[in-house]
Design a protein around this ligand. Structure first.
Ligand SMILES: Cc1cc2nc3c(=O)[nH]c(=O)nc-3n(C[C@H](O)[C@H](O)[C@H](O)COP(=O)(O)OP(=O)(O)OC[C@H]3O[C@@H](n4cnc5c(N)ncnc54)[C@H](O)[C@@H]3O)c2cc1C
Length: 382
């Protein structure tokens, strides 16, 4: 890819958030966009995620983003002429106490008021949706049929190919090592391959975003948190078509189209490190949970097990918008839901930066909300 020392917009971080943002910027008219990625495409959290997509959220902002993201995912194959591996088997949320079920129903009422057609289901219906399920100890379930998952690699590469066709430059193995600020404005980035002057710099560096923000003297409250995930050998079709998820049960479990089961849980102690290390404790505990919920999985083998980073914020909601340094924007802090939100977040930020009216007003996701004490606490996360 040809190297240029000047670009209208430079995006730091070439995961799904950076790539989708670049695509929508180019689509909406800002053609001179450069993405600098310190590794390769999908080498960050995007290539390590569970890739679930849902609209069953507990805050209005996440519900609006979630359903808008689903609307986009449903059109991507047509738009790109490439598969993104979208599979809509729904999300089946499981509550284990009456109180938790009441909270899920509260979330469902909010979702329904925003046009999201989630509903409660009985244990018998839950078993129709997920035939191998053993959840007789559950207090209740909610379900939204349009939820599901996509393939993170196919999605990222489809966005990237489309972005390149619109003129976006994507530089792999190009670490951003500094951000130049003059007169309170970001004016460019230093990289391992040289300096690029820029009118706008966008920080999309995921779990590394607090480090990149610091290059411009901006303090973000984000931190990286290591999460593990595993995939099994294939089992019969139809064992677990929906994403089974419980916030108190601390799990997400789903069968992929080729039959394997992918599952994860939040780690004990919430380790804050960048090592992507895996542990036996995870396999042991995750297998116990999987076997209890889906007894047919008892003797199957784990094929692969890996770790990746959640880019956490104090309220579990993302940080999107400009900082005190002018022309320096952030689209970070997506915790465990940045894959699904990337299309809509990228589109809305691009609308903002091209003078279009944003589909959704994201001003409350400004990073100053932490200083103001206006946290957007999302209940529907593990
Ligand atoms: C185990 C696990 C399960 C998950 N499950 C889901 C799920 O089911 N659904 C969902 O929506 N989300 C899920 N997520 C979260 C999701 O993966 C992330 O929110 C999403 O991928 C964030 O995308 P991103 O582009 O911000 O980050 P990344 O994909 O991490 O991209 C950031 C990029 O920035 C690059 N970078 C960092 N520093 C620099 C620098 N100085 N210079 C240049 N480049 C730099 C990195 O190399 C990286 O490629 C999961 C995450 C994990 C770890």
């Amino acid at each position: 890819m040809e190297w240029k020392n000047k670009s209208d917009v430079v995006i730091v971080g070439g995961g799904i958030v950076g790539i989708a943002t670049a695509y929508y910027l180019a689509l909406l008219g800002r053609k001179d966009v450069t993405v600098v990625e310190k590794g390769t495409v999908c080498n960050g959290s995007t290539g390590r995620c569970g890739a679930g997509i849902r609209a069953q959220w507990g805050t209005e902002m996440n519900c609006r983003l979630g359903i808008a993201a689903l609307d986009i995912f449903e059109t991507l194959e047509g738009e790109f002429g490439m598969s993104v591996g979208l599979n809509q088997g729904g999300y089946l949320l499981v509550a284990y106490t009456e109180k938790e079920f009441e909270n899920l129903k509260k979330g469902m009422a909010l979702q329904n008021s925003l046009g999201i057609q989630s509903r409660t289901v009985t244990l018998a219906e839950a078993r129709e949706i997920c035939p191998a399920l053993d959840a007789s100890d559950a207090a209740g379930f909610t379900y939204h049929a349009r939820d599901g998952h996509a393939d993170p690699f196919l999605t990222a590469f489809a966005y990237l190919e489309a972005a390149k066709k619109l003129g976006v430059s994507y530089h792999r193995n190009t670490e951003c090592t500094g951000i130049t600020v003059r007169g309170g404005k970001a004016t460019g980035v230093d990289t391992a391959k040289g300096h690029i002057d820029a009118d706008v710099v966008i920080n999309c560096s995921g779990a590394y975003s607090q480090i990149v923000a610091k290059f411009a003297g901006v303090d973000l409250p984000n931190w990286g948190e290591r999460h593990e995930i595993m995939v099994t050998e294939p089992v019969d079709d139809g064992v677990c078509p929906p994403m089974l998820m419980s916030f108190s049960g601390n799990y997400y479990i789903q069968q992929r189209p080729h039959g394997s089961i992918i599952c994860g849980m939040s780690p004990a102690g919430h380790p804050q490190d960048f090592r992507n290390r895996t542990t036996w404790q995870f396999i042991t505990e995750m297998s116990r949970v999987l076997n209890k919920l889906l007894p047919v999985t008892k003797d199957i083998r784990v094929v692969r097990h890996w770790a990746g980073l959640y880019d956490m914020t104090p309220d579990g909601s993302p940080i999107i918008g400009e900082t005190d340094v002018k022309n320096f924007y952030h689209s970070t802090g997506y915790s465990g839901h940045g894959f699904m939100l990337a299309p809509i977040a990228g589109k809305v930020l691009a609308q903002q930066l091209t003078g279009n009216t944003p589909d959704i007003d994201l001003s409350m996701l400004d990073y100053r909300r932490f200083a103001r004490g206006e946290l957007i606490l999302e209940p529907n996360i593990t």
